[in-house]
Write a new protein. Structure first.
Lengths: 112, 199
């Protein structure tokens, strides 16, 4: 609010303070903080890349500044890393791969 | 029936686009079925069916999810033939009290002793796979498809023929059960100190 607007208010001016411009509204909405409960409720969707109703930046920002909520995120991340690690290097047995190729070759031969 | 001249192209396309997913299909059905023999049968059946239906598939679209859908259907059909029935979720297994239980009670205990989750590093792969195996099938499928294979909620919904909301619910519950089981294991092995408040 400008000094001129403040003076108008003090002097009982009938004009309302100017409403925020479209850009100011957008900027204000983007920076809107989310609560701890909302951040924790959204942690799965955040890690899955499937957020709905709240932006990735808003959730990321909360976890980056909230010491209480950060461990929830960290534990979920470590859990997912563990699942991923558990199947690393597990490949289809070579014998099975060859059997599949033989089946496909036979099928292709029969369909001619 | 495919025209004779187009057979080599069809075969080459299938080899190039579908066969690279064989490892992933094998891993998925191994976790689903808990039997190596059954998994191998299903992998063979899956790729044979996929090859036969290859003209129905649009090249360059989601081949992996298409294969997984076929695989899962083969698994379900085989299971029905074998007359196996899925386990019922026991109240003792599912610690999550429902969708309103936002804060994971397991993490409350873990955060006090090990907020960085380093105890996870001590858990060997076999234990993790065993615990995944212990999940009810619907939850296991959702966790496998999302956390191990990286499919989106929408893809999982289409593959399992349920709404996205159901996928989210199954993931939520499946992960909670798994986390509880792995945490209990870690406490029993001394990888993390258990919370005194736990029952």
């Amino acid at each position: 609010m400008t000094l001129f607007d403040r003076l108008k208010q003090l002097l009982g001016g009938s004009q309302a303070p100017p409403s925020p411009s479209g850009e100011e509204k957008k900027s204000s909405a983007a920076c809107k903080p989310i609560s701890c409960m909302e951040a924790i409720a959204k942690v799965h969707e955040y890690l899955d890349g499937e957020l709905d109703g709240v932006s990735h930046e808003e959730v990321a920002h909360h976890f980056s500044i909230c010491k209480k909520c950060y461990p929830h995120l960290r534990l979920e991340e470590r859990f997912r890393e563990l699942l991923q690690r558990s199947q690393e290097g597990e490949a289809c047995p070579e014998r099975l791969r060859e059997q599949v190729l033989e089946l496909l070759a036979a099928e292709a031969g029969e369909s001619r | 029936m495919t025209e004779p001249g187009k057979e080599p192209t069809r075969k080459a396309d299938f080899h190039e686009e579908a066969l690279p997913h064989m490892d992933a299909v094998f891993r998925f059905v191994l976790r689903l079925s808990a039997s190596r023999d059954v998994a191998e049968d299903i992998v063979q059946e899956t790729f044979l069916r996929a090859f036969r239906s290859w003209d129905k598939y649009t090249p360059g679209t989601q081949c992996k999810s298409w294969l997984f859908t076929i695989c899962r259907n083969v698994f379900l059909r085989q299971r029905e033939r074998g007359q196996r029935h899925d386990e019922i979720v026991s109240e003792n297994v599912d610690r999550s009290s429902g969708p309103f239980d936002v804060v994971n009670p397991v993490w409350v205990g873990a955060m006090k002793a090990d907020p960085e989750g380093e105890f996870f590093d001590s858990i060997v792969d076999d234990v993790v796979l065993q615990q995944i195996q212990g999940l009810p099938e619907d939850y296991r499928t959702a966790v496998l498809l999302s956390d191990l294979e990286g499919f989106s909620y929408q893809e999982i919904a289409e593959m399992t023929d349920v709404p996205v909301g159901t996928v989210k619910s199954r993931l939520f519950r499946g992960r909670r059960i798994l986390q509880g089981a792995l945490y209990d294991y870690a406490v029993s092995m001394g990888y993390i100190k258990g919370s005194a408040d736990e029952t």
